[in-house]
Write a protein that binds this ligand. Structure first.
Ligand code: PLP
Length: 357
């Protein structure tokens, strides 16, 4: 049908990223998009209540200046080393557009965040995907050939596995002529950051998000940190597309969230404790579960196919993530929920396995 439209030949053809389902019915257990099961800090609630709707009449601050400053202070770096965007998807997408223009292929692993190939396609950036090792770890040697840039999620998704900062540094060091993006969406759950290395390498961009560890996926806040010149280049591209991406409420609330470090650390500890308990329980039931430094587990059962477990859980209102993709087809990605949610999940899995025998 499209071919009958005379303009169809000139449409930019893309295959969009497919996010996890966002079912709206009540009483479901949602363990499929790596959201945090706990609410953000009470400081966030206070800042939200203090919002004066009158200020919505005005455009927001340029460059989300107060949030940028708060993040710079929190991380002990300069304002000029921070770029804020509408979730890290916005930040990553803009970084692809800004830095990957050499015509040489950008490198990222074959199994990683599935938005990377989508941005490469939409911006027409060539890319290659070195295979993970058999055990799903990344081999730094694969990222030392000539390339147009490197993108590594560390810890990686959906594998949940973290790479040592020293190995990430090897990759950064081997690529002085291109930008290396390290996507640290999950680093707060036990990963090793390379943030201090932005002072040593001017080609390193570290990307973070409020969506997972800070319980604020709905506010859409992400940021990048790197050398001043990298941040300036991103700002120039951003200002050429949309001056005001961050809304006033996200800017204020994003800054308020940084004022409650105790709450933040407590929240992380709870999620990580639940993760380890869930991992052990799954292992007892015959699952191979990867060592996780994230708020999710990546698990395959020794005999029951992942798709079957996924469907059976879904029919009971328990949503996990299943990727029908070569190499990981037998794995489930299970977000860590509350203790109670994980109890229900484990009970359901046990019943499914029992019934199958
Ligand atoms: C969730 C996720 C993101 C995107 O998060 P935002 O909600 O857009 O901040 C980026 N990278 C990885 C690896 C993720 O898992």
């Amino acid at each position: 049908m499209n071919s009958t439209k005379r303009w169809a030949a000139n449409v930019r053809k893309v295959t969009p990223y497919v996010p996890g389902e966002q079912p709206q019915e009540k009483n479901i257990i949602k363990l499929n998009t790596n959201e945090n099961p706990y609410p953000p800090s009470p400081k966030v609630f206070e800042a939200h209540q203090k919002m004066d709707v009158g200020c919505f009449a005005l455009y927001p601050e340029l460059s989300a200046a107060s949030l940028t400053a708060a993040l710079a202070e929190y991380h002990g770096i300069s304002d000029r080393e921070v770029f804020v965007g509408v979730g890290s998807d916005d930040v990553l997408s803009l970084a692809f557009l800004t830095f990957f223009n050499s015509g040489k292929p950008v490198l990222f692993p074959d199994i990683t965040y599935s938005f990377y190939p989508v941005w490469a396609e939409v911006y027409r950036i060539p890319y290659e995907c070195p295979a993970l090792r058999e055990d799903f770890t990344i081999d730094p040697a694969d990222y030392k050939e000539e390339n147009g840039g490197v993108v590594i999620a560390n810890p990686n998704a959906p594998t949940s596995i973290s790479m040592a900062a020293s190995q990430v540094e090897e990759i950064i060091q081997a690529n002085p002529e291109v930008v290396v993006i390290i996507d640290e969406a999950y680093v707060d759950f036990g990963g090793e950051t390379v943030l201090p290395l932005i002072q040593k390498y001017d080609n390193l961009l570290v990307v973070r998000t409020y969506s997972k560890s800070r319980s604020m996926a709905g506010m859409r806040i992400g940021y990048a940190m790197g050398n001043e010149a990298l941040i300036q280049a991103m700002n120039d591209v951003k200002e050429s597309i949309n001056s005001y991406t961050m809304n006033t409420e996200s800017i204020r609330i994003g800054a308020a969230a940084l004022e409650d470090e105790d709450y933040f650390q407590e929240n992380l500890k709870k999620v990580m404790a639940t993760r380890e308990r869930t991992k052990e329980a799954l292992e007892t039931m015959g699952f191979d579960v990867k060592e996780s430094c994230t708020n999710f587990l990546f698990a395959a059962h020794e005999s029951v196919p992942a798709k079957e477990i996924f469907e059976a859980l879904k029919s009971q209102g328990i949503y996990v993530r299943y990727f029908n993709k070569e190499k990981i087809r037998n794995y489930l990605r299970i977000t860590i929920g509350t203790e109670e949610q994980m109890d229900s999940f484990l009970q359901a899995v046990e019943a499914i396995l029992h019934w199958r025998r």
